[in-house]
Design a protein around this ligand. Structure first.
Ligand SMILES: Nc1nc2c(ncn2[C@@H]2O[C@H](COP(=O)(O)OP(=O)(O)OP(=O)(O)O)[C@@H](O)[C@H]2O)c(=O)[nH]1
Ligand SMILES: [Mg+2]
Length: 360
């Protein structure tokens, strides 16, 4: 495994998540450095901290520096020059995990597109720098070759977008066929590792891969289930994470549309997490659902993993997210009957709304 120096914020849970992300991408953080602000102009961190990073890289013979925030091209370049190793920011790490985990052709395409969207502005910037003579020898290329490289990338983005659109169209056709059968659809959504696939398996009797690590599921799966005598289609989806940039959501649009277009969304939160981490994953999930234009009235909040916590904590968590939240355990099956009833009630509400609309 590649050894890394991890730069992140001084918050226990933020450090924990950054460490998990680094490991999932195949790096072993041997030292963690923290700073309140990771947006200093020259190196992301302050100059003194940057010197410290360089020293640690040397001492630990690290192969890479991981920066748990966004880095501009110049900042990454300056830091890499100072440390003599590659510097990767949070987005890059997430992309590397996605690339490792993508198994379906759709997921692979989406990841490739996201990778290019990530690289393109950086490459453009390198062209500007090369032209000003600030950064000669990018990949050993001269400024004209860099120009050609950028043009090639732009072409690839166009080709990939076209392919992704084809996949989107296919998915759209699928969905229309499904919709024509008029079955209500449920989407499982939530922070990565909240337990979506575990719940999906429990509700459908499937055996899809479940793992303690981040981003186990990248491609959606839909199955039909019976909820209190009613046929419902349920879809497992890719997990959320805080600070997911817009172009990544865009690249995974066809997947996330399963959430946007669902009749109701089951939002899973791992209720066994410490309060601060719980709130962080709840807030970021709610924000992502907002970005996906899911109305709050469509959402059922599930407090998952309640087998790992006590009644008192569950009550506290309910006060934070709303009294209608349903405690469940996807692992033991606790609360599943109550969940069935809540889904049924949500869908009945929708039936009534549909009738009203039709009667107008
Ligand atoms: N104790 C306990 N563990 C659970 C429960 N639900 C899920 N887990 C565990 O939590 C981890 C993550 O579960 P997954 O179902 O893979 O989570 P996910 O939300 O699908 O994660 P991604 O696909 O990465 O977004 C696994 O180790 C599960 O065994 C639960 O109710 N109780
Ligand atoms: Mg999953």
């Amino acid at each position: 495994m590649n050894r890394a120096i991890l730069i992140t914020y001084p918050d226990k849970y933020v450090i924990e998540e950054a460490d998990e992300l680094a490991k999932a991408a195949g790096y072993e953080p041997s030292k963690v450095l923290t700073q309140d602000y990771l947006s200093r102009a020259r190196f992301g961190v302050g100059a003194g901290k940057a010197e410290e990073v360089a020293k640690l890289v040397k001492e630990t013979s690290a192969d890479v520096v991981i920066f748990d925030s966004k880095l501009k091209t110049t900042q990454a370049y300056n830091l890499a020059e100072l440390c003599h190793v590659e510097v990767k920011d949070r987005e890059k790490i997430i992309l590397e995990i996605f690339a490792k985990r993508a198994t379906t052709s759709e997921a692979k395409l989406q990841v490739q597109l996201a990778e290019l969207e990530y690289e393109l502005p950086k490459a453009k910037n390198r062209v500007r720098m090369a032209k000003r003579g600030e950064q000669p020898g990018f990949f050993g290329l001269g400024k004209y070759e860099v120009d050609i490289y950028v043009r090639m990338m732009k072409k690839r983005v166009v080709v990939l977008k076209e392919k992704v659109r084809e996949v989107e169209n296919r998915r759209e056709l699928f969905r229309r066929r499904r919709d024509s059968q008029k079955f209500p659809t449920l989407a499982l959504a939530g922070y990565t590792a909240a337990g979506k696939t575990t719940l999906f398996n429990r509700l459908t009797g499937e055996t899809k891969e479940v793992d303690a690590g981040v981003f186990t599921t990248l491609a959606p799966t839909t199955r039909a289930i019976m909820i209190n005598g009613r046929k419902v289609l349920i879809t497992d989806t890719v997990g959320f994470i805080s600070n997911l940039p817009a172009y990544m959501i865009e690249a995974f649009k066809s997947t996330l549309e399963e959430v946007s277009l669902a009749t109701a969304v089951l939002l899973l939160i791992d209720a066994s997490q410490p309060e601060k981490k719980f709130l962080r994953s709840y807030d970021s999930s709610v924000q992502t659902l907002g970005d996906l234009q899911v109305a709050p009235s469509k959402t059922l909040v599930l407090l998952n993993k309640c087998d790992l916590t006590d009644k008192e904590t569950i009550e506290q968590r309910k006060m934070m997210v709303g009294p209608d939240a349903i405690p469940v355990s996807s692992k033991t099956g606790y609360g599943i009957n109550q969940l069935h009833d809540a889904i049924d009630a949500k869908l009945q509400g929708r039936d009534a709304e549909m009738k009203q609309v039709l009667a107008r």
